[in-house]
Design a protein around this ligand. Structure first.
Ligand SMILES: *[C@@H]1O[C@H](CO)[C@@H](O)[C@H](O)[C@H]1NC(C)=O
Ligand SMILES: *[C@@H]1O[C@H](CO)[C@@H](O)[C@H](O)[C@H]1NC(C)=O
Ligand SMILES: *[C@@H]1O[C@H](CO)[C@@H](O)[C@H](O)[C@H]1NC(C)=O
Length: 379
């Protein structure tokens, strides 16, 4: 036993003597390699200058280094990637930048920002694709969906890479207004966007692009529904806790689907005065998305509002939600009916052209709409 013990001890010590020797050899080899590398490096640097070493590293670093903003181009070019990493707070702050010189020192072609507030897919996208075709440079598109929604539009689509960072938005809650502000703020980052239209996935355009563009461009007012409803669903939702920012005579109601200009969009993203009051004192049964923008904009810029919406809906079926039209509803008679019997003011003159968009249309309406669009919608 003793002998055996000794022999194992012996073999261990001889092993541990062998190991450091191997390590030492490896270390020497490593040092020799290092030295060789050093010599080669010094030689190449001397010979070709540092330059020849750097390009190998540069391409991987470049995307991180943002180009310096040393010419006007970089200020007026729209962001190339809508999926930025800004928080809402950072985004709203950035979007609130406004030039104080009114004349642009470059040829600015004003665009309409079409902002789609959706749950996920855009079933009527093919109709919109046809609507936008040939009008590049006069519009930009943004869509806000459930954060989990993965869009898979082909690169040929006008919706390709137009999704913005989103959060869950609930009907009638402040998260809905947050989503609308997020859309506005993202659209404001493109300095050429002059008008901002909020749409849903169930909206369709009622005219061709040129007509809609000119109707909006030539209007003196922005189209936002804002009326004083004395009933329980209007003034009945007002709370005196909103004083002194909002009093009862200023309280307004209107549909959330708006068209506003850049000035009003800025009022909305920069607002810190009314937001906390509405967030705290307009909760269900006060539906904040029907009151916040109409009231706030009436107080700040009432004279700039047409006080009517340009999105047609059908409330004739009654209930809390407007009618949704499916494939079977879309007939020639129906298409005519959408355009009939309207009276409104356009630039203070009576007009029968009151609506540019309509809702709500189910996915099954796409096919008949697509067929009837050339005859009834002009595209
Ligand atoms: C748009 O519609 C109007 C009226 O229907 C028509 O006169 C005009 O040519 C159309 N524009 C385009 C670009 O199709
Ligand atoms: C509400 O505010 C407006 C504007 O500040 C003011 O003219 C009006 O008298 C106020 N009305 C009430 C009922 O306090
Ligand atoms: C819209 O309403 C506001 C006040 O609520 C008013 O000042 C403005 O003149 C109205 N707009 C039009 C076009 O009548």
């Amino acid at each position: 036993m003793e002998e055996g013990k000794d022999s194992t001890v012996l073999s261990r010590t001889s092993q541990s003597r062998v190991l450091p020797q191997r390590l030492l050899q490896l270390l020497v080899l490593f040092l020799v390699l290092c030295f060789a590398f050093f010599v080669v490096s010094v030689y190449t640097i001397r010979r070709f200058g540092v330059q020849s070493f750097v390009p190998a590293i540069r391409p991987t670093l470049q995307p991180c280094i943002r180009e310096e903003r040393n010419n006007l181009d970089s200020w007026i070019k729209p962001p190339s990637n809508l999926m930025h990493k800004m928080s809402d707070k950072e985004l709203l702050w950035r979007a609130s930048f406004m030039p104080r010189i009114k004349n642009y020192p470059f040829k600015r072609i004003p665009k309409i920002a079409f902002m789609f507030l959706t749950k996920g897919p855009l079933p009527l996208a093919p109709l919109w694709e046809r609507f936008f075709k040939g009008h590049e440079g006069l519009y930009s598109i943004y869509f806000h969906s459930l954060p989990s929604f993965q869009a898979d539009f082909p690169s040929s689509s006008v919706f390709y890479k137009r999704q913005i960072p989103s959060q869950v938005a609930e009907w009638g809650k402040m998260s809905m207004c947050d989503a609308e502000r997020r859309l506005l703020a993202n659209a404001l980052l493109d300095i050429s966007n002059e008008w901002f239209v909020l749409l849903s996935e169930s909206c369709i355009p009622l005219y061709n692009f040129s007509i809609i563009y000119n109707y909006i461009k030539r209007s003196k007012y922005s189209f936002l529904g804002a009326f004083d409803d004395p009933g329980p669903h209007g003034r009945g939702r007002y709370s005196e806790k909103m004083l002194p920012e909002v009093n009862i005579t200023q309280w307004r109601k209107g549909s959330q689907w708006f068209e506003i200009n850049r000035k009003l969009a800025l009022y909305i993203v920069e607002d810190m005065k009314f937001y906390p009051k509405f967030a705290e004192f307009c909760r269900p049964a006060c539906y904040v998305d029907e009151h916040y923008f109409p009231t706030m904009l009436t107080i700040q810029a009432g004279k700039l509002l047409a006080n009517r919406s340009i999105t047609w809906v059908d409330w004739s079926r009654g209930g809390a939600h407007p009618a949704t039209f499916g494939g079977a509803d879309i007939t020639e008679e129906f298409m005519k009916r959408i355009f009939e019997g309207h009276n409104c003011l356009y630039n203070d003159q009576p007009s029968s052209y009151c609506f540019l968009f309509a809702r709500k249309f189910a996915p099954s309406a796409l096919e008949p709409l697509f067929l009837l669009a050339p005859k009834f919608l002009g595209f």
